[in-house]
Ligand binder design. Structure first.
Ligand SMILES: Cc1ncc(COP(=O)(O)O)c(C=O)c1O
Length: 399
């Protein structure tokens, strides 16, 4: 909330408190806890002079309303002191494409992690290429050696850490240092970390992107994207968002705001249940290995510990080699895990995946079939029982 005691500086508050209060000002809305949902296009100006000078806090529906501003302010506070502006877009992918367009020009070169979300690659390969922007994919584990890939026209380096299927942890600070030394900006898809578990701008990122569709919304009922900008990138971001003309409908903004208020408690549960299920899976005879950054067995565990204060409910498993049909039997036998791609909601998910067909800088050879799990808010004992049922079906299929 914006109400502060008049005497002395505002107290330092913990994340759980800030997530509840950031961007909230009941006094501005007749005392009601939440801001109203403004359905709005035009803004009426009191006089012709005011209109000509666009003298109004809000100037047009596309540029935002008090509902939009409430979510932007809340996210800005959560992203930390380096964040000077937040843009809201109608999906996570729209946030990714808009953030890239805000920093790139014809003739520029872009470095993108090989572990990036596939539609991000598609945008680079099919849209940016048409605009004369060349993309090179790099090994997500490259660290400071990325300096060797930076060309004279490299304007931006894009990270997704961890990769949302394969979970490689990237050395954000080392990559950011190499980028900044050569005048390039750093973008990161931080959907997995959320602003609660990784404040990316603090680590050297210039544009931190979230698919708000996932944990910020948190209920599998909204499409939303957010971009947090620092002082290097904020002005271009704002101009780009305005020129492109994308904006988010008021009900979706409201769902983002509503989801945000419970993000800390939901994430904590996703984190703990995810770890419990991952540790259980790690002991199963059908499992070759877990790919979960918060497990000590993960090769990027030290980077996770350095840069993140928690983990969400998303991780992958490599099964011991079995025919793909047996994997499908396992998945089809699950009753509590839905088979769908968009994670971050309250419900558990499981999908088969294979990165082999689209990687270009690294080889995807996990040693067995791979399944990505999203651990939801159900009782963890029920989820484990469901997985036991799945493994029993797999055993029958495979015997
Ligand atoms: C890591 C990551 N980034 C971005 C997106 C895109 O978000 P949206 O579906 O809101 O466009 C996704 C969606 O699955 C994702 O997993």
């Amino acid at each position: 909330m914006t109400r502060h005691s008049e005497d002395g500086p505002a107290p330092v508050r913990r994340t759980e408190t800030r997530v509840v209060n950031a961007g909230r000002d009941p006094a501005a809305y007749h005392g009601f806890v939440n801001p109203p949902v403004y359905h709005a296009s035009t803004v009426i100006y009191p006089t012709a002079d005011d209109y000509v000078a666009r003298r109004s806090h809000f100037v047009y529906g596309r540029y935002g309303t008090p509902t939009t501003e409430a979510l932007e302010q809340a996210l800005q506070e959560l992203e930390g002191p380096q964040c000077v502006d937040v843009a809201l877009l109608p999906s996570g992918l729209a946030a990714i494409s808009t953030a890239l367009l805000s920093v790139l020009h014809a003739g520029d070169h872009l470095l993108v992690t090989d572990s990036a979300y596939l539609p991000t690659r598609n945008f680079c390969d099919k849209i940016l290429s048409r605009l004369g922007i060349a993309t090179t994919y790099y090994d997500p584990l490259i660290g400071g050696a990325i300096a060797g890939l930076i060309q004279s026209n490299t304007r931006a380096i894009y990270l997704e850490s961890p990769g949302s299927l394969s979970f490689e942890m990237q050395d954000i600070a080392a990559i950011a240092e190499a980028a900044h030394a050569r005048g390039a900006v750093v973008l990161m898809d931080n959907t997995w970390g959320t602003p609660l578990y990784c404040r990316a701008l603090e680590k050297g990122v210039d544009l931190a992107i979230h698919a708000g569709t996932k944990y910020i919304g948190g209920h599998a009922d909204v499409m939303l994207g957010t971009i947090a900008a620092n002082s290097t990138t904020a002005a271009n971001l704002k101009t780009t968002v305005r020129l492109i003309g994308m904006c988010v409908g008021p009900d979706d903004i409201y769902l983002g705001l509503r989801g945000l208020r419970t993000l800390a408690v939901r994430l904590e549960r996703h984190y703990q249940s995810g770890l419990t299920v991952a540790r259980w899976l790690e002991q199963r005879p059908e499992v070759l290995r877990l790919i979960h950054p918060a497990l000590e067995s993960h090769p990027g565990h030290a980077l996770w510990k350095r840069d993140f204060t928690g983990a969400c409910g998303l991780f992958s498993v490599v099964l011991k080699p079995v025919p793909q049909k047996a994997v499908h039997t396992f998945l089809d036998a699950l009753e509590l895990f839905g088979m769908g791609p968009s994670w971050g909601g309250f419900e558990s998910l499981a999908i088969p995946f294979d990165c082999g067909s689209f990687r270009t800088a690294t080889q995807w050879a996990p040693g067995g079939p791979t399944v990505r799990f999203h651990i939801g808010l159900e009782a963890v004992e029920d989820l484990v029982a469901d997985l036991e049922r799945g493994f029993a079906a797999l055993a029958v299929e495979h015997s």
